[in-house]
Write a protein that binds this ligand. Structure first.
Ligand code: FUC
Length: 802
């Protein structure tokens, strides 16, 4: 069937009243170049980013693969290939002395090829496999790289199309030895195995990496930690890594020196991974990897009015920056973020960090941690809507591990700031997490640059996971207890003021009063601490997240039929929060004491924390047009000249405001100003939150489900006037597909994964019919124009017939 007839068919059928399932056809997505990544070493631009120089070549040109446990950056070079390995648990002291991600290994392959023809390197997103191919000396060389999650192994297959034409030196290195973090390590090669092992004393980490070299034909010679491969036909490299990190509550509760067992060595585990991989063989490993990965990636197909571009990726990006705004890049970025999420966050691994699972640094910017005043939450905003809810399970496990420590933080917080409310019963002060966190430590809240709203920001993720997955076991065992406990904490963070209950102390994340003129202008200069943080009572961020968490707790309690006494307290408190105030500029106030916009703080600040109840929260919604309008005004005043993730937040907010054009404008700006040729995105420097935040934004423009009805195409921009998607998920666990043409939906279908009542909003739906998979029209009702609802059966698919 020709592509054009494929697009038209659904429209035709719906016109004559037949049902037709909407479906976007999957396409092959590639990031590719005709040159290797540069690796200029000492030529790095030295930029201050959380106190560390950064490697621009790694950041902008290398290709990232990962399996959640570990990541690798590939340069695809023909002289000396560079493969940089990161292992998520390998931490040094970090720039704030509480731990920080650090690079695990560099692996070099000296090919010394020159005069190369027909070079191509690519990262295939459908299969999560990277390729390199070229010709040199009349031999065609090819490479394949992938990381398997089920087998926790990296596999590299090197081939030549002539027998005995493959020769190279394998030269692994342990980076950053002899630095102030006192890393020790040695590389040894024996038979067909290279071992890298050593220690990082800050957390007593014992680490080990193994590289198995399996050559077909030719010879292999070990020499002082390197291998010389001569005249082979093909070579498979198997790479496994490990440390003595064992997840669990002890990690967060114990002191730094006692988190890990210093007598535990990962040698046996790593050897077992290699042995398993060798037994399974290349073909078996690849099939297991493909089955695992495709099961996740293939769930969503999307077409944003685009034709696949013939240009290499950097050119596609460059043309986009110059004004040739090919929507294919917008689509590719969305699918790339889904790829990155799968590659950096899996159930048995730690969650995706500030840089996912990739860091070439000695000291990763901002420790490469889990920053809880927006960054880590943003990583997961789109996980469920982009049909990758499983990737969030790593955060749930992380949460379970840090929970006792978060309870201790709540005890300390209440003791310090509201001692009269301190409960003696363990757990009754709830839990709280502050901004900074990593694989080893989480901070408490209060008194710094971000108020305790960070806790509600975090619990929102748990609420969303429940709403999207409808996982009742999760709700009963984790979601509801966590929400209730957070409400208990918030109840103790509130102090009475008149009839109201306000969070005290309270701070809108990272907003600063820095300039002298600003300080002179504000009414309460005493609220400004030495670092310029403005610490106050009841700022919108904190009040908003108390409201969100209290409201979510009540929703979960209802779903479970809970009758806890404390629910009555929540019901009373939620009426006294006064969380949204409109100022004289028509803006949502960031602070209660603010009158006109930007009376306090930086008017162009990257954080828009006072709009968190618009997104990811739900308090500001279509039921209150005045607040919606004030939110629009606030975004207009704040502008979008900002950092990467901050643009992503604006994009999601614009989508929620149903401003498709403005959401799209921010997305365009993000791609033009904050995206580099390997399609990673920059704060700067590289932070993965921007990739994930805009992925959530695309989904939010196409499908929304935070209000009473699931809205189809709620914020469609003109540039995506014709297109399709399939596999996006709505709250209630409904999987949607839609086709549209000239801005109008021509086909909508839904599969119910929960069996709940399905409520859909789209113009004209009041008079539509819904057919099930047998073509039978089912009973529906409509209480307003543009709306329809019906009872769904779990596992059944339905089609809208306009
Ligand atoms: C938050 C942001 C910064 C940066 C850091 C990692 O503190 O305000 O811009 O993204 O996290």
């Amino acid at each position: 069937m020709k592509a054009s007839s494929k697009v038209r068919l659904p429209i035709l059928l719906s016109c004559i009243g037949l049902s037709m399932c909407a479906s976007a056809s999957p396409r092959t997505y590639e990031i590719w170049e005709t040159e290797p990544a540069p690796n200029r070493g000492g030529d790095w631009d030295v930029v201050k980013a959380g106190g560390t120089p950064f490697d621009q070549d790694w950041e902008e040109w290398s290709y990232a693969i990962g399996n959640g446990y570990m990541g690798a950056n590939l340069f695809g070079r023909v002289d000396t290939e560079r493969i940089q390995i990161t292992e998520k648990t390998l931490h040094n002291k970090g720039i704030y002395n509480g731990g920080g991600l650090t690079s695990f290994a560099e692996i070099f392959l000296d090919f010394n090829h020159t005069d190369v023809q027909n070079y191509r390197r690519s990262l295939n997103l459908n299969d999560a496999i990277a390729y390199v191919s070229y010709e040199a000396n009349e031999v065609k060389y090819t490479r394949e790289y992938f990381m398997s999650y089920p087998d926790n192994i990296m596999v590299i297959k090197l081939c030549a199309n002539k027998k005995g034409a493959l020769s190279f030196v394998l030269r692994p290195e342990i980076p950053y030895l002899n630095k102030e973090d006192q890393r020790t390590g040695k590389v040894s090669a024996h038979k067909d195995l290279v071992t890298l092992s050593g220690k990082l004393p800050f957390f007593n980490i014992n680490y080990e990496g193994q590289i198995k070299v399996l050559n077909e034909g030719g010879s292999l010679k070990a020499n002082n930690g390197t291998f010389t491969v001569a005249k082979a036909d093909s070579v498979t490299l198997l790479i496994a890594t490990g440390t003595n990190y064992r997840p669990g509550t002890h990690i967060f509760s114990n002191a730094n020196g006692e988190k890990l067992d210093a007598d535990l060595f990962p040698h046996e585990d790593v050897s077992a991974l290699i042995a398993n991989a060798q037994r399974k063989g290349y073909a078996g490993l690849k099939q297991t990897h493909l089955d695992d990965y495709r099961n996740l990636f293939e769930r969503v197909a999307i077409n944003l009015n685009a034709e696949v571009s013939p240009d290499p990726t950097h050119m596609l990006l460059e043309k986009y920056k110059q004004g040739e705004k090919n929507t294919y890049l917008e689509e590719l970025m969305f699918q790339y973020a889904r790829y990155l999420l799968i590659a950096s966050s899996r159930e048995k691994t730690l969650p995706s960090a500030l840089q996912g699972v990739w860091s070439q640094y000695h000291n990763t910017p901002w420790t490469g941690g889990y920053w809880h005043n927006i960054n880590v939450q943003m990583n997961y905003w789109g996980a469920c809507s982009a049909n990758l809810a499983e990737t969030f399970v790593s955060y749930i496990n992380y949460f379970k591990a840090y929970f006792p420590k978060a309870q201790e933080h709540a005890d300390s917080y209440v003791k310090k700031f509201n001692p009269a409310r301190l409960a003696d019963t363990p757990g009754d002060n709830g839990w709280i997490i502050g901004t900074s966190a990593n694989a080893y430590n989480i901070s408490g809240a209060g008194g710094g640059h971000s108020g305790p709203g960070t806790g509600g920001f975090t619990s929102k993720l748990l609420m969303e996971y429940y709403l999207f997955t409808q996982d009742q076991k999760f709700l009963e065992e984790i979601g509801y207890p966590a929400m209730l406990s957070m409400s208990k904490f918030f109840s103790k963070a509130l102090v009475p003021q008149g009839d109201l209950l306000l969070v005290k102390p309270s701070a809108s994340p990272e907003q600063k009063v820095r300039k002298k003129e600003q300080l002179a202008k504000i009414k309460n200069p005493g609220h400004v601490d030495k670092k310029g943080n403005y610490i106050t009572t009841g700022c919108t961020f904190d009040q908003g997240f108390v409201w969100e968490n209290h409201n979510d707790t009540l929703i979960m309690a209802e779903a479970l039929g809970k009758k806890d006494d404390f629910l009555k307290t929540i019901q009373t408190e939620i009426t006294k929060l006064d969380p949204i105030l409109i100022g004289t500029s028509g803006q949502i106030k960031e602070y209660r004491e603010e009158e006109a916009y930007s009376d306090i703080g930086d008017p162009l600040h990257r954080h828009i924390s006072h709009l968190c109840t618009l997104f990811p929260g739900t308090l500001i919604n279509s039921d209150n047009e005045e607040w919606m309008q004030a939110a629009r005004t606030t975004l207009d005043l704040r502008g979008s000249k900002t950092t990467g993730w901050a643009m992503a937040h604006r994009m999601n907010c614009r989508a929620r405001l149903k401003e498709g054009e403005k959401a799209h404008e921010v997305y365009q700006r993000f791609i033009s100003e904050r995206t580099v040729p390997n399609l990673w995105t920059l704060h700067p420097p590289f932070q993965i939150d921007g990739n994930f935040g805009t992925m959530a934004g695309v989904a939010e423009m196409l499908l929304q489900s935070h209000e009473e009805y699931i809205e189809i195409l709620p914020a469609l921009p003109k540039a995506w006037n014709t297109g399709s998607f399939s596999g996006l998920v709505a709250r209630g666990n409904f999987v949607f597909s839609a086709d549209w043409k000239d801005g109008k939906a021509s086909a909508i279908s839904v599969t119910s994964r929960s069996g709940r009542e399905c409520r859909i909003a789209y113009p004209g739906l009041e008079s539509a019919r819904i057919k099930n998979s047998n073509g039978k029209t089912i009973k529906t009702s409509s209480d307003r124009s543009g709306r329809i609802k019906f009872n769904s059966t779990k596992g059944e698919s339905y089609t809208v017939v306009f």
